[in-house]
Design a protein around this ligand. Sequence first.
Ligand SMILES: [Zn+2]
Length: 422
Amino acid sequence: MTHPWKSSGDKRTVVAFYEPTDEVIRYLEDMRDAVYYGMVVAYQEQRRNNRYGLPSPIRLRALIKDWFCSRYTYARHHVNPVCRTAVALLRSYRKKHHGQLKIPTLTRLAMKVDSSLFKLVHNQVRITIQPKHYAWLPINVVHKHFDEYSRGKPSEVLLTDTKICLTFVVGVEHKPIGRKFIATDINFGTLDTTVATTQSGVTVLENTNSESIGRIGEIQSDFARRRTMIQKHVRNPQKRNRKLAECRGRQRNRIKDALHKVSTQQVRKNPGTSFIFENLKGIRKSGETKGLKFRTTLNRWPYHMYQSLVDYKSPNRTIYASPRGTSSECPVCGGKLEHPTWAVSRCVYCGVDYDRNRLASLAILRRGLRLCGQPFAVSADPSWKALRDEYLYTAGVPAGSGAGWTEPPNAPNENLGGNARV
Ligand SMILES: [Zn+2]
């Protein structure tokens, strides 16, 4: 039986042969050395810290990143597959030898390359060796499904000195767009949503809602308290660091667990729905305001986590809309928004104060619908007129500006707060 959530994409691998250049061979040799070094460091770490076993690839990356960057001029991303490979090799060695751990010798030249570092252009594979410096590898594929698979999202490449194994995620594109749309803006402690349905090309706004996800704020402040206690009472710096790392790990797990529950509930409650989120990728590149930056540094991890959980669990396609300017442009009339306080979006043209978070979810909805080829003019629509009051700002209502994602509600975060009010 297949897992009900697994339908979101399968991986297909196509093998192609090629002629390696000297540069590629040198790269593969260097990567083999780096993987070996990674295994040595991971092994030492395991010896030193036996209770926790082998470090995770992410922990290993923290340990060897500086070494990697000072030794090689390769793009820094290459350190990720190095760490994953090193940890995976040690794990499989240990499994094969009944718990015994030794560093295996590496003879083959083989390296995994992250999807961000390669691109398929016609019948050539382009690999980013150094920033802005590429290796072009012409490949000859005879696989009968290659054209079909290569339309999927490239997942990773295994590069050896004779062949390239290209892996694609296929089937993701086949997730249908739902008849219902839920645009979500995630804020400190609330999920603000705007729901719309479409029937034979006509879009109707259904409702807007602010749901508390206070549990996550609670977890954050709970752990912040615990960390303060550790800082205060544990004198031994090594022990303190270990305790703090433990604490962070548990916090992450607790939040992940809470997000799993919220996302499962959302997907189950709303069958046939396409969820619309802000696209967080490249958010740092777009000329963002201080306020947005502030929001994303606070929110990025749980927000991103929540999005990918919903995307993974939903049988319908999830849409990612650009967040650019969502807080400065009125989704109703296109006018300029002002924010006299953090919770208020004031539109001079509409002449009213909107609830900032709910209006943001409306803006996301509009952009998402446009991406689906169903543009929606808000101001002229009767369903907007019926719902308009729901979007107005009412003072005194806790609009989710209290508990933070990463800061406890009563933490002294003056400087952050100052940034928020642009
Ligand atoms: Zn307006």
